[in-house]
Design a protein around this ligand. Structure first.
Ligand SMILES: [Zn+2]
Ligand SMILES: [Zn+2]
Length: 122
């Protein structure tokens, strides 16, 4: 057994595939974010998953470049022995337009299951 080569990371690595990094670090390396994005778009389609999406509500056609793919369960909240397959599984992906993604990042959307954007006026 060996440990992840990423500085300050003490997670054990899975040496069966010549890995140098743990699953959590691999999830964000090389072409993996791109593959994660593509699999999510293949699975969920080119649309924002927020049922209350302001763009969708206004009938604005959503194109691929307007979408972000985010992890439902954050990479950082996985245990140290999580595999990149688990972390970047399409079931752990959500497709949001950039507006809804920003709203989520800033805490306006609490959960994927109860997506709601609450805009405050003051
Ligand atoms: Zn690591
Ligand atoms: Zn949206």
């Amino acid at each position: 057994m060996d440990i992840c080569k990423k500085r300050n990371c003490t997670n054990m690595i899975d040496t069966s595939d010549d890995s140098k990094y743990c699953g959590k670090h691999k999830a964000r390396m090389g072409n993996r974010p791109k593959i994660f994005r593509q699999k999510a778009l293949d699975k969920y389609g080119v649309k924002c998953m927020n049922p209350d999406c302001i763009l969708t509500a206004h009938g604005i056609k959503i194109e691929e470049y307007m979408l972000d793919v985010d992890h439902i369960k954050e990479v950082s909240s996985f245990p140290g022995d999580a595999t990149v397959q688990e972390i970047n599984h399409p079931d752990n992906a959500m497709v949001l337009c950039k507006i809804c993604h920003a709203a989520k990042t800033h805490g306006y959307i609490k959960e994927i299951s109860t997506l709601k954007i609450i805009f405050s006026n003051d």
